[in-house]
Write a protein that binds this ligand. Structure first.
Ligand code: SAH
Length: 347
């Protein structure tokens, strides 16, 4: 029989699991606490359980604990980028970012990604597999343990398309927001998507009022299609409609991410077109100078251009910020640490 992923179980599921093994109810509480509060990396750490009990748990369940392969520490802003090894030896990356309002962890949702965005390092090798809920959680748990820092915010903006791993994403979010576990407020979580309309609509019904961010990157279908293959499948009208629906159901202000690429989407006319596109939507636009990756020839917009782009949006009374570039000295751009590790080791 295949072992069960114990860290991906909801408390109620763990309770009925352990009950079926003939264990008293308080055991589920203890085990759940070891997993999600004390962040145990193995059954051996569960010292208030007998050796025999730990052994029988080990026989029936596996306990996901990511292994740190490498970490890069930014001297300029304290950002730490981690490379973690999974049970099957694949590697993923996660980032700890320190802000005045608290610490934020950016997690991966898949190993690789099949969305194929032209500017993104994670798209290059395609998708290898989905991450389990426990593997998403453990990125945060390990980072808390390794750094000694308490994490208050989560952004699902690392490698992968979270809505392409929908069921695991939902389970991860319910576990991360569980008051008996990590207990992070849904308001402090952002999920970023390239825009899959039917999944966005389903997500709106989950009663998980997280902030939803759309990787917009272009003011019209033509430019968007040239940057993101997914745009050929779902037009902007359909994606924006699904986003509006998410706002109506959750009341959460929407975020649009817009990576500025020199000469591609950063002209004055694009800013005006973007302003028209989001007119009347309660939103916030995050401008991101594109982070050039060596496999592609996209270039970052000049800082003057970026300021001008922002200024135009502001004239239309749109909430807009330029994303601070965190950890620029450590290659913290999406997927670059993992990519260079894979290139180096030939894995
Ligand atoms: N698949 C999801 C989440 C992962 S990508 C999504 O598409 O939103 C997280 C964000 O980083 C997206 O907005 C993505 O477009 C952006 N991104 C990826 N590579 C980038 C790069 N080289 N420079 C700037 N932003 C990048």
């Amino acid at each position: 029989m295949d072992k069960i992923d114990i860290k991906s179980l909801y408390f109620e599921e763990l309770e009925s699991e352990l009950k079926s093994l003939g264990l008293p109810a308080f055991r589920a509480k203890q085990v759940y606490e070891w997993l999600h509060v004390k962040l145990a990396a193995g059954f051996g750490e569960m010292t208030n359980l007998s050796k025999e009990l730990r052994e029988s748990l080990r026989e029936r369940y596996f306990l996901t604990a990511l292994e740190e392969v490498d970490s890069l520490h930014s001297a300029s802003d304290g950002t730490i980028k981690y490379l973690f090894r999974l049970m099957d030896d694949r590697v993923i990356e996660s980032v700890l970012m320190k802000y005045h309002h608290g610490n934020s962890v950016c997690i991966s949702s898949q190993v690789g990604c099949r969305m194929g965005c032209k500017f993104c390092a994670s798209a290059i090798g395609g998708k290898e597999r989905d991450l389990l809920p426990s593997e998403m959680l453990d990125q945060i748990y390990r980072i808390q343990t390794l750094s000694g820092e308490r994490v208050s915010n989560i952004v699902v903006m690392g490698t992968g398309e979270p809505l392409d791993n929908y069921d695991h994403l939902i389970r991860f979010l319910r576990l991360a927001t569980d008051p008996k576990g990590l207990n992070i407020s849904a308001r402090n979580i952002t999920v970023s998507t390239c825009g899959i309309p039917d999944k966005i609509r389903a997500f709106a019904e989950e009663r998980l009022p997280v902030t939803l961010a759309l990787s917009l990157h272009a003011p019209n279908n033509e430019i968007r299609k040239s940057m993101m293959p997914v745009a050929a499948k779902y037009g902007l009208e359909e994606v924006m409609e699904a986003f509006r629906h998410y706002y109506e159901r959750t009341g959460r202000r929407l975020t649009f991410e817009y990576s500025l690429v020199d000469g591609v989407n950063d002209k004055e006319e694009h800013a005006k077109e973007l302003a028209r596109l989001v007119k009347g939507i309660n939103c916030h636009i995050n401008l991101i100078p594109v982070n050039p990756i060596k496999e592609r020839n996209y270039r970052k917009s000049g800082s003057e251009n970026i300021q001008k782009f922002k200024f135009i949006l502001e004239k239309y009374r749109i909430n807009v910020t330029i994303r601070r570039e965190m950890g620029a000295d450590i290659d913290a751009a999406c997927g670059q640490l993992r990519k260079s590790y894979i290139d180096k080791t030939g894995l």
